[in-house]
Design a protein around this ligand. Structure first.
Ligand SMILES: C[S@@+](CC[C@H](N)C(=O)[O-])C[C@H]1O[C@@H](n2cnc3c(N)ncnc32)[C@H](O)[C@@H]1O
Length: 357
């Protein structure tokens, strides 16, 4: 594939700095996953619902499926995780594997590895940590039986380069496991999905919702959702699903909204009826192709013609969202630099009040 570096359209150093600052500050759970609003009972309840579909797949017991597929290799099962953050998912997998394994966790931000490193030292897991920028990573050819990316790909700018590396880096029977959001660039929640969610919230009694509505912000810091609209075309060109579940048109934004999650607390029988109603509507809207799902959970094998298909995709210029993204980001930065210090302080304060951070 022709070398193409799309980070050069951005002030990439500033994006990386903002990305590191953001993840240095977020709350994490005791088992080293993203905490705060992402640990709400409402969001856990939604994922229990998703799990019922995952339970029908050959990957219901993910570690069990790996043990079965790779247990007789005669060498350790080799796993590479991309953008692993606090590494809670990787440690959970390490605990569940019964075959010999090696897991390499990577992240651009080494400060995040600290707590996981302590657990690895204490419990003697075969897990190592490496600082890598997945926009530029070179994966050793044919090395990995599993490459795993949980909530990381939606931060990537050099998607085409990374997917080429995934194709090259997998072993002959190797698989790619993706859990991510693939919605609207920077905002995640598609506008149409937000409108539908708000129409449904309007239909629920005010005593439950207190009139709350979704108003998802457009992220302009770091690399959150920077090119996610291009993820599915690149994935489709390079990999084919062994199992895939696409779901959640808007439920993430209902369940991780601190105030709505309280109003729709699944422990309250009345509130739970409305939460179930919203989940049913979301499922139906996705199943009937009325709304584009935001979430993807899948296990994939490489396409034999993946690299040629990737080249064709690039040549077709379908992957244009980065151009719009770069222009928008550069405009925001230019306006920001025009503001005086007082105006910037006021805007930061406003942002904190509106977004709660
Ligand atoms: C939403 S977090 C997900 C963390 C973890 N995988 C999880 O699911 O808990 C995104 C992670 O991607 C990392 N990241 C962002 N851009 C990256 C890059 N270019 N290279 C490597 N890691 C990156 C961030 O530092 C952060 O840890």
């Amino acid at each position: 594939m022709m070398e193409r570096d799309l980070t050069k359209h951005y002030d990439y150093d500033a994006l990386v700095r903002e990305e590191k600052e953001h993840y240095a500050e977020i709350e994490i759970t005791d088992d080293l996953r993203e905490g705060g609003a992402h640990a709400s009972d409402c969001w856990t309840y939604y994922w229990q619902h998703v799990q019922r579909t995952l339970d029908t797949s050959p990957f219901a017991d993910f570690a069990g499926a790996l043990n079965a597929r790779f247990g007789a290799l005669g060498r350790p099962l080799r796993i590479l995780s991309l953008g692993s953050g606090y590494c809670g998912h990787e440690l959970k997998l390490a605990r569940a594997l019964t075959c010999d394994y090696r897991i390499t966790c990577t992240d651009i931000n080494p400060a995040l590895f600290g707590p996981a490193q302590e657990i690895v030292d204490r419990e003697q897991f075969a897990v190592t940590f490496a600082v890598e920028d997945i926009n530029f990573i070179t994966i050793e050819k044919g090395q990995y039986d599993l490459i795993f990316a949980h909530a990381a790909i939606h931060h990537v700018i050099n998607l085409e380069r990374l997917f080429e590396q995934l194709l090259l880096g997998l072993s002959p029977n190797g698989i790619f496991h993706l859990v991510d959001v693939v919605g609207q660039n920077r905002k995640l929640l598609w506008d149409a999905n937000e409108r539908m969610a708000n129409a449904l919230l309007r239909a629920i009694p005010k005593e439950i919702t207190r009139g709350l509505r979704l108003n998802a912000p457009v992220e302009d810091e770091g690399m959150e959702g920077i090119r996610q609209e291009d993820t599915m075309p690149v994935l489709r060109a390079t990999f084919e699903p062994i199992f895939e579940h696409r779901h959640g048109a808007f439920m993430r934004f209902i369940c991780t909204n601190a105030r709505l999650a309280k109003r729709l607390d699944p422990r309250d029988a009345t509130a739970r009826r409305y939460l179930d109603f919203l989940i049913d509507c979301d499922d139906s809207l996705v199943a009937r192709g009325i709304l584009e799902p935001l979430e993807v959970w899948g296990v994939y094998r490489p396409r034999k013609d993946g690299i040629a298909a990737l080249d064709a995709l690039i040549a077709s210029d379908v992957l244009g969202s980065h151009k719009r993204g770069a222009t928008e980001r550069n405009l925001v930065v230019a306006v920001w630099h025009e503001l005086d210090r007082r105006a910037r302080r006021a805007l930061r304060g406003m942002r904190r009040r509106v977004l709660g951070r």
